[in-house]
Design a protein around this ligand. Sequence first.
Ligand code: UD1
Length: 349
Amino acid sequence: MDVMSIVGARPQFVKLAPISWASQTKFNHFILHTGQHYDASLSEDFFTKLSIPAPNIVLKTGSGTHGDQTSRMLLEIEKSLLKNKPDHVIVYGDTNSTLAGVIAASKLNIPISHIEAGLRSGNRRMPEEINRIVADHTSNLLFAPTQSAYQNLWTEGLGQYSFQVGDVMLETLKYVLQMTSQNHSGKDEYFFATIHRVENTDSLERLNLLLTRLSQSPVKIRLYAHPRLTKMIKFHELVVPTGNLELFDPLSFDESILMMKNSLGVITDSGGIQKEAFLLEKTCLIARQETEWVETLESKSSILDPNLELLETEWWVRSADMKNPEVFGDGTTSLKIIEQILNYHSMNK
Ligand code: UD1
């Protein structure tokens, strides 16, 4: 059986890794990279560090407006599906690459698995929310990472196609922690920070507010700047306030996990980093109004703080009861997913 994974952006490579490792003896797995992320630090480095084979097909989509970027991917993915005729397609998360992948595959009646299904922020102004909804409603197998995601799928009438399997990112994190266990970074005290969401970067007012607040933090902040952030700082001609804030280029996945692990706490608007902070037992300030990863809020591991007003408090200090139960599964998610895909095809022969 031929299974094609469609990926294109940084968070998808992290989810692809465990599927790629576990699928080796189960089916012929090949990878289509849409080229949504093309900088080495956001793309190639992840494949190398996570021992993912180089993609079999690489499109050169690059950046653009949503319609422009998605439509170019759609055209090329369709061509590739017609040529390679996979029996099954796997898509990951909620990016424009996910959206283009499900539109192309569903119109060709190729069965689709959606990994990280059922996530909802309830905020339809987020491009990712639209991508998730379309992906879930066009996929044949929906793999929910958490109980709340699984519930959302039932609420939307998709329960019969859904499986609560845990989160593949737990496997990638464990792999990287083993790899980096020997490494120690300095004894500096710092917060690890990233900001990249459209709602935070594209309005000058929000961007200025967040950077100003970060610069006023009593503890040093290391902000790893996604290209969108760098681009919008230039676009707005913003002079970044310094103070306790320092900007750095994006890190590779293993470096990023290590820096998070050695930090006092994490500040982010990324879903993936929020989860990683939770698993590394770091408190996380979420620079957003809402989150899809509600379990991290319930455990008090994350705090919603859209305007970063808590930075002056001791928000990062953890109480003894902030333990992380197995809300993201037991680390065997990729095997469960592969088993369900094989089941699906043996039942639909
Ligand atoms: C995308 C995803 C988002 C995910 C994020 C992770 C969508 C709608 N959004 O957002 O859900 O959290 O990836 O990183 O798919 N750029 C580069 N080099 C690159 C890639 C992008 O310089 O390799 C710059 C371009 O100027 C581009 C901007 O970053 O305009 C934004 O990139 P894009 O892929 O459109 O969305 P992300 O913000 O990365």
